[in-house]
Design a protein around this ligand. Structure first.
Ligand code: GLA
Length: 380
């Protein structure tokens, strides 16, 4: 991690502190967050690190190792959504959201380095938001309870950057704990830290970056969200979370549009699968969640229609090579697949996926295994 060294090089002084926030994978519960439903993400060991110090001047300055550039912005830029663009918009957005909440955000200089892959659906943007937010709150001695921080980070993305995403990613990167998955009720924001000790069970989560080019992601995401909101209104419920698995058939019978019916079926069955997964994890029956993961993938492929050939291929190849279960994780249209495997079989499964990709002429996927790591923290 080069955030501290980068800070010294760029600003010619030592930082006042260093903060780190992880990327995340979602074990199960996709496109349920903005339906007030349930999700079960865990934090990755890969992180975005921010070294920072107060700045006596009037402009925030941010250097990013990945982008290889330094950007600065003033109060007026941070007051008007959209004025700062590109990667630095996430930083300006955090300043904007904190100031909208009437917090006296300190002007600061920051240096950022990260090994969270960009654009792979592993929440590199939430990691950046959470690390910058933690740095600014600490530098300003601003006391914001941890339960309120994800919402403020989400506002940076929704209100400043303009992406209509839910609360999952920011909750995951801020509230996750090592060795545990985060069972989040996206309506009440209540959390339960569910034991997820893969090591002790001799298991591993293999993360496969499909490297599929993202196609129309923002538009398709917004369209899925709109279909869900339309369905909830048609059914007379505040959100699809209020349709239970037992109500599903009756609800589907009241909807005319076959596409909307499929979207509803995904959300309702997915919420149910999250709860079933949590029950199994609470009972320490980790390998048994496999079929739920695979069913989640089928639901995303057939009902929510957010998968692409690369991720379907990765799931099929992982299952054929002996994975207990596999599914795409994240918003869809590319991104990563996760497979639950015996730890000893991780390399074999990764090779099987690479072979299946080569046969279809897809770019070689990148694979790594991941144990649940900690959420955002101060490193020094
Ligand atoms: C993206 C969004 C999240 C969530 C997922 C799908 O990651 O940022 O809020 O909606 O897609 O589960």
């Amino acid at each position: 991690m080069r955030a501290t060294a980068g800070f010294v090089e760029v600003y010619g002084e030592k930082p006042a502190g260093v903060w780190a926030a992880p990327g995340r994978v979602n074990l199960i519960g996709e496109h349920t967050d903005y339906n007030d439903g349930f999700v079960l993400p865990f934090a990755l060991p890969r992180r975005t690190v921010v070294a920072a110090a107060p700045d006596p001047g009037r402009r925030w300055t941010v250097w990013s190792e990945q982008a290889g550039e330094r950007v600065s912005f003033g109060r007026a830029d941070a007051a008007e959504p959209g004025r700062v663009t590109g990667w630095a918009a996430y930083v300006a957005g955090v300043v904007w959201a904190l100031r909208e909440a009437d917090l006296d955000v300190p002007v600061a200089r920051l240096a950022i380095a990260s090994d969270v892959p960009l654009g792979a659906g592993l929440s590199s943007s939430a990691a950046l938001e959470a690390a910058v937010q933690a740095a600014l709150l600490d530098l300003g001695d601003l006391d914001v309870p941890v339960a309120q921080r994800p919402r403020l980070a989400q506002q940076a993305e929704n209100g400043y950057v303009g992406a209509p995403t839910g609360i999952m990613d920011q909750s995951a990167v801020i509230r996750c704990r090592a060795g545990q998955a985060l069972f989040l009720d996206c309506r009440s924001l209540a959390v339960e830290h569910v034991p997820f000790d893969l090591d002790a069970a001799g298991l591993a989560i293999l993360v496969i970056d499909s490297r599929a080019p993202h196609r129309h992601v923002t538009g398709e995401y917004a369209a899925r969200r709109a279909a869900c909101e339309y369905a909830a209104a048609a059914l007379g419920v505040p959100a699809l979370r209020d349709v239970t698995i037992d109500d599903l058939d009756a609800a589907l019978a009241r909807l005319d549009d076959p596409v909307v019916r499929r979207r509803v079926r995904h959300v309702v069955t997915e919420n149910h699968r999250v709860c079933q997964t949590v029950d199994l994890l609470r009972a320490g029956r980790l390998a048994e969640i496999g079929p739920l993961l695979t069913a989640s993938h089928a639901s995303m492929r057939d009902d929510f229609e957010i998968t692409v050939p690369e991720v379907d291929t990765a799931v099929e190849a992982a299952l054929a090579a002996g994975a207990y279960g596999a599914r795409m994780t994240g918003g869809g249209f590319g991104g990563c697949v996760l497979a639950l495997v015996d730890a000893a079989a991780a390399d074999t499964v990764a090779s099987a996926v690479a072979r299946a990709y080569a046969e279809r002429g897809f770019a070689t996927p990148e694979c790594f295994t991941a144990l649940p790591g900690p959420g955002v923290e101060r490193l020094g």
